[in-house]
Each structure stands twice: as structure tokens, then as C-alpha cells.
Design a protein around this ligand. Structure first.
Ligand SMILES: [Cu+2]
Length: 126
């Protein structure tokens, strides 16, 4: 019985770990880095993205996002701007809607209480 429990616990833990790492990307720029992650693989439609900023100088910073796909033949630029919600310990969360598959540019603006605002640019393939 004990062994069965152990196997079950191992499987349960494995499932949790898998879930936590469905998507992850580190974006670098402006002398800092942001780890972007999601519980679920990125997809068209709504995605809940987590942004982790470890840099202590950006503790309590305001974080906003510009997400866009540049103009394509027969299609104007698609763009949304949104504020990320501050959670704890340098974590921020934002719901982002990707209206089509392809490469989306993601600009992360980090505005500390004091000092210069920085921009971290990356892209996501949807
Ligand atoms: Cu497009």
C-alpha cells in the first residue's frame, strides 16, 4: 500500500511539473531580463501569461505590454496595449489575445518607482 502511494505521489508531482512548464521564454533587453511563461501552450485566442522580473531594482515597478503583429500583405498592423497586473515577488500577469497565428512582437515596458523606464523586446510564435 505504501509503495502504491509513493507511485501515485510521484505521478501527481510529475503532472504538476509538466503543467508548470508548458511554455517558457527568457526575454533580454535594457540591461535586464524577463521570464515569460504560461501554464498552457500558447494558442490563438486568449492566453494567460506570467512575467517574472528578478532584478531587485524593479521591485514594485509598473509593467505594461505592447503586443503587435506588423503590417502584412493585405492586412494592417494589429496591436494591443495593456497593463500587466502585479502579483508578488516580481511576478506580473496579463491576459493576451492573439487574434491569428504567426509571429507576434511583444514589448515589455518596466517603469520603476524611481529611475528610467526600460523596454524589453521579444517575439512569440503562435
Ligand atoms: Cu498578421
Amino acid at each position: 500500500m505504501k509503495r502504491l502511494l509513493k507511485i501515485f505521489m510521484t505521478l501527481a508531482l510529475g503532472a504538476v511539473l509538466l503543467q508548470a512548464a508548458a511554455f517558457e521564454k527568457v526575454a533580454k533587453g535594457g540591461g535586464t531580463e524577463v521570464t515569460i511563461s504560461s501554464d498552457k501552450p500558447l494558442t490563438t485566442g486568449n492566453n494567460k501569461l506570467l512575467f517574472l522580473i528578478k532584478d531587485a531594482k524593479y521591485k514594485d515597478a509598473a509593467v505594461s505590454l505592447k503586443v503587435f503583429m506588423p503590417e502584412m500583405p493585405g492586412m494592417p498592423q494589429m496591436e494591443t496595449e495593456t497593463d500587466a497586473k502585479a502579483l508578488m515577488d516580481g511576478k506580473y500577469e496579463s491576459e493576451i489575445n492573439f487574434s491569428m497565428s504567426g509571429t507576434w512582437q511583444v514589448w515589455i515596458y518596466i517603469a520603476p518607482k524611481e529611475g528610467k523606464k526600460v523596454r524589453v523586446r521579444t517575439s512569440l510564435n503562435i
